[in-house]
Design a binder for this molecule. Sequence first.
Ligand SMILES: [Zn+2]
Ligand SMILES: [Zn+2]
Length: 242
Amino acid sequence: MTEIIIFFISHWYLSLFVQTIFLHRYASHQMFTMSPIIEKCFFLLTILAQGTSFLKPSLYAILHNKHHKFADTDKDPHTPVKHSNYFTFMLETLKNYNDGAILLSKKNITSSKLPTWDKVEKVADTYSVRFLFLASYIIFYYYFAPSIWFFLLIPIHALMGPIHGFIVNWFGHKHGYRNFETTGDHSTNTLPIDLLMSGELYQNNHHKFPRKSNFAHRWFEIDFGYISMCILEKLQLIRILR
Ligand SMILES: [Zn+2]
Ligand SMILES: [Zn+2]
């Protein structure tokens, strides 16, 4: 039981850490710099943390920047505003990500700004590697779950990345309070203190100042993602630019 709780919480926050720090703040917004070796360490950590649901950082960045540019319009790859239920929203998001992946492979889009590691990404982005991660989750639960009902948590491990994306994109554009009247988008700050998503739920603040590293704005808001960045900078692993 204890092992399952520790594994679940660790997987949740490790996957969230790579999504907010590496995919979002680094690959999409270039909020900090790091050496090529540290970047490769982040690649490996992202594959390990996202496992079954690994998403290429370059693809994430392309789609995420489209989200900022066309927020909550028809061209936004993951806007919840035209959907009344979670299911159609997730289906459309999945379709847009798949279309983006095909486009990325056909056009061979490369940019010095986008982090890529072709050899490793090609291996991580295969069904066999994804299946190996899924099998490892099942084996862990087989040994440590106190009852069969705990196996219901395995799909959450397998879909960790998309689940985090869903929480941020759905709730962060539908529910919560607004500090700023951003034109055109419906972004909100869902939680006053965002412990759940490490600051990613301050969508309204982030859409107002997309280049700012610290997503917190009001006195009570705490951006744990930004705090993680400050710790990484103290350890001389990254250099914050803005
Ligand atoms: Zn957003
Ligand atoms: Zn962003």
